[in-house]
Write a protein that binds this ligand. Sequence first.
Ligand code: ADP
Ligand code: MG
Length: 394
Amino acid sequence: MKKTIKDYDLNGKKVIIRCDFNVPIKNGIISDDNRIVESLPTIKYAIENGAKVILMSHLGRIKTAEDLPENTLLPVAKRLSELLKKEVVFVSKTRGKELEDAINKLNNSDVLLMENTRYEDLNGELESSNDEALGKYWASLGDIFINDAFGTAHRSHASNVGIATYLPSGIGFLIEKELMMLEETINNPVRPFTVILGGAKVSDKIGVIENLVKVADYILIGGGMSYTFLVADGKKVGKSLVDKEMIDFCKNILANYRNKIILPIDVVCGKEISEATEIKECDIDEFSDDNMGLDIGPKTVDLFKEYLEKSKTIIWNGPVGVFEINKFANGTKRVCEILTKLDAIKIAGGGDTGSAIINFGYEKGFNHISTGGGASLTLLEGKVLSGIDVIADK
Ligand code: ADP
Ligand code: MG
């Protein structure tokens, strides 16, 4: 078990909290503040416990000086101040006297946000390559380090792994929740435990499939990846997306876990991935050579429903169709609808899966929708996240 923010006496201490404020911003306007909202419990706890709160986060990518203005955290400081109903001191520097002076002026329960950690990527990717001197310098600004940035926890950066190497450290409430929902659930699921897997390619999900097929009772496969499995099972799939190099991998999985794996029995086809294309529902055995499978069909939805209704724990990663296009969004919407009505533990991981659920308005039907795409996939693969591994043990 990792130490958490609750394991430290924060009163009067300079507490650096690494948050994930990587929110979409256009012309200074934040279009989705969910990540800021998810960071509030940890920040509020630090305020309530008398810490001098120093917040750090990355935002976007910095390759050239032109990337700097559009990736400033200033709009985040303003939004955070509204949400906390409290002043947030914003320092437009990532090092130096101005930053150090502002930190030294903090009183207990004051909050400061430093400029985007990736501003340090401009001269040699110091943040993203976990430059040792930079991690040491940032650590020198505080007394305690709390990592609550789940979205980057799978990466080794100066602002997470670097700082944690040099300070007493713990995880925040968001990371604690993500670990409990994803890692603990996989390690100790209430059974039957069913996984819904979709998304585009088998090759993106090899680790996820290999890890979950061992522990799940059923794996329902939809989305682009189902066609490679269907080909491995001897079916014809027309022009659907097939990962040729993955056919043997799928054959192997089917040979070892046949009774756990449920493949689509019908599909919604189109000639191209567009809103204008003509669509057709067909059984798997009726695939025509010029058609692509772009969503699961109604019979597959019913088949998946049977398995979902008898499950006590469900993890979902990967949309079951090209949900960005209305004509192929039905399967993904139906899965959302079915899950919402079930009395089971329901967890979603993966960037596109989360946005599909939120866009279709079904987030209330889930116990947890992971806030990190890559980081949640890494947990589903059963791997350790480097930004968490480095945190002190209890
Ligand atoms: P996540 O981000 O949740 O891990 P992925 O990135 O693996 O999910 O997959 C999402 C993508 O998969 C979406 O862009 C969706 O359009 C695509 N997809 C789903 N079904 C199909 C299909 N049948 N053919 C092609 N692409 C598909
Ligand atoms: Mg994705």
